[in-house]
Unconditional design. Structure first.
Length: 328
């Protein structure tokens, strides 16, 4: 195996090629990546199929590289940014530059299990849904800013600005609804996916917006089991203890999907509106003296596990099946 480290930024990619100890900088586009691959062919010749590209997923910035690797059947180790950051610290890298990061990523092949090294798969429907969700989040952010600004102006008798802000909020609200309809239309193109979308909504407090966020999380990590899907949402508990002198309170890792955690938080915010098993779970932990925040995180985990089970088994929510004994 020959590991090629690629540190991706918005406009460029720093590349470290172990053969001849080369440090390269290329443009972040398909044409430049093609030229890089041609250069690698000349360097590695018959061993070209043994190459492994190692890089961190950076959303849209890494999409060109991912697409190229999928089309050319290039094996990749797409490393978690937190994992690579910890690895850099372990190497003693006190200076952080794109060149050093590319070299570090090349060395990070030592962290990869066999199952971590694979050819990327492009799910066109998922990619389009993800883009729409990112745009919807942008709209929501703009709408929130306008609403906050409107609240401050209402006490200053600024009639002109108040009217402008109200109109802007109305436009953004309409655009958000249009994006949501577009997402639902896309989901309908895949019968199984749309059925999963409807199944998730059989859980109380899981409406269309929350169901979409959960569905995208499950599609992205389609092979994940119950424990892994919780970890990938950043909801697994983290304990730190060393001897008898160092011990911290348990907390969640927050190293996974922010949008998934936000959706789950909204779902459990009014816990009494959830299904009976979730309400009973909340109240049982409350009687045990658990803090409110701890209970809500546990409830988020439980809801995620149940939703994931519905997705995996193509089922609707059944109060008798998904009892407290069968979920975390």
């Amino acid at each position: 195996m020959y590991s090629i480290g690629l540190d991706i930024s918005k406009s460029t990619i720093n590349v470290y090629v172990p053969c001849n100890n080369l440090d390269l900088v290329i443009d972040n586009n398909i044409q430049a990546i093609k030229q890089l691959y041609s250069k690698l062919k000349k360097l590695y010749k018959k061993d070209i199929d043994k190459l492994i590209f190692i890089y961190e997923p950076t959303g849209n910035y890494s999409s060109a590289l991912k697409s190229f690797c999928a089309n050319k059947n290039i094996k990749c180790f797409i490393i978690n940014p937190k994992q690579s950051s910890n690895f850099a610290k372990a190497l003693g890298n006190k200076t952080k530059t794109d060149k050093i990061d590319a070299r570090m990523l090349s060395s990070a092949i030592s962290l990869a299990n066999k199952k971590d090294i694979k050819i990327p798969v492009i799910n066109i429907l998922y990619e389009e849904l993800q883009e729409l969700m990112i745009y919807k989040s942008l709209i929501i952010k703009q709408k929130t800013q306008c609403m906050n600004h409107l609240e401050s102006k209402q006490y200053n008798n600024s009639t002109y600005l108040v009217n402008k802000l109200r109109k802007k909020i109305e436009i953004l609200q309409k655009e958000e609804e249009e994006i949501l309809e577009k997402i639902k239309t896309l989901l309908k193109t895949d019968n199984k996916l749309y059925e999963s979308f409807l199944n998730l909504q059989t859980i109380k407090r899981v409406g269309e917006k929350i169901a979409i966020e959960l569905l995208l999380h499950f599609i992205k990590y389609s092979d994940a089991n119950k424990k892994q899907i919780v970890s990938l949402a950043g909801l697994e508990p983290v304990h730190r203890e060393s001897g008898s002198s160092y011990k911290t309170k348990s907390r969640i890792s927050k190293s996974g999907s922010v949008s998934c955690r936000s959706a789950l938080f909204m779902a459990v915010f009014s816990y009494k509106q959830l299904n009976l098993q979730f309400v009973e779970f909340y109240e049982r932990l409350e009687k045990q003296g658990k803090p409110t925040n701890v209970i809500k995180v546990a409830l988020m985990r439980k809801l995620l596990v149940v939703a994931h089970s519905l997705y995996k088994n193509n089922e609707i929510y059944d109060e008798s099946k998904y009892s407290n004994e069968n979920t975390i």
